[in-house]
Design a protein around this ligand. Structure first.
Ligand SMILES: NC(=O)CCC(=O)C(=O)O
Length: 262
């Protein structure tokens, strides 16, 4: 199984429509991949809070249309990163869209842990409350978004739901780049699962992005890591590696339920 992570640059001076068209053509080029992953809120920028409401879309909006076509053109499973979703009740969500190779919307995930404490996403958006896995053949994917990476209990829940890999789109700032790589490896090691962590490059709303998208195997080894600039990271995954890791070092079986509060 080949995965491509598209670490697209999200710069404030590029119009959203132009970036959407650019992302669609980058996805459509990934015909050799089985699975393609884009970052969090790449149309608008994860820290461009003032643009959230004006650029919010319905689930069936312009990003859905462009990504559905791109997935079908390339014939890939596409985790299209996330959009600012305007729900029918008017609330905004940070919502990930996953498309099948025929371009059908296979899953959505509304980010559970919102970033910003008492401002930004945490006050502008509503929180999701559903764990989501996607039955990608051979490699069931658990979904999480950016700040979710700091909450290990979410990932345990995804493992219990059958995930062998986690897809984590992000808009992670450069100033906490060390946390990004450390936490991505930790989630892989403790859950004995692949981590596909796709961030953004560029600078928007004055926040330089970390880049450094990475793919980590179930033993915690970094298989590939991007630099700071826009880049497509391609890596071959072996789903059997998850089961052999879990069989040969069966730490997940030693969990003592009830001690973690979940
Ligand atoms: N968009 C985000 O969720 C940012 C998360 C972040 O900056 C952090 O966890 O640190």
């Amino acid at each position: 199984m080949r995965a491509s992570l598209i670490q697209i640059a999200v710069d404030g001076d590029e119009p959203v429509d132009a970036r959407r068209a650019r992302a669609a053509s980058l996805v459509a080029e990934q015909r050799d991949a089985d699975l393609v992953v884009l970052p969090e809120l790449w149309p608008v920028g994860a820290f461009a809070y003032e643009s959230f409401a004006p650029e919010a879309e319905e689930l069936s909006g312009p990003t859905h249309a462009a990504m559905s076509k791109a997935a079908a053109d390339a014939g890939v499973w596409l985790h299209a990163g996330s959009i600012v979703e305007r729900a029918p009740d008017g609330r905004l969500y940070n919502t990930s869209l996953v498309f099948s190779p025929s371009g059908d919307l296979a899953a959505t995930y509304r980010k559970i842990h919102r970033f910003g404490f008492d401002k930004g996403e945490a006050v502008l958006m509503a929180a999701g409350d559903d764990l989501v896995t996607v039955p990608v053949p051979g490699l069931p994917l658990g979904l999480a978004t950016c700040y979710d990476l700091r909450f290990p209990e979410l990932f345990r829940g995804l493992v219990d739901a059958g995930a062998l890999a986690f897809a984590i789109p992000a808009g992670w700032p450069a100033r906490r780049g060390a946390h990004w790589t450390l936490l991505a490896r930790a989630r892989a090691v403790e859950n004995q699962a692949y981590v596909l962590a796709c961030g953004t490059a560029g600078t928007h709303a004055g926040i330089a992005q970390a880049g450094h998208s990475l793919v980590v195997d179930p033993w915690g080894e970094v298989l590939a890591e991007a630099g700071e600039a826009e880049e497509v990271l391609t890596v071959d995954l072996d789903p059997a590696r998850v089961t052999t890791t879990r069989d040969q070092f069966p730490a997940l079986k030693d969990r003592v339920l009830g001690t973690s509060g979940c």
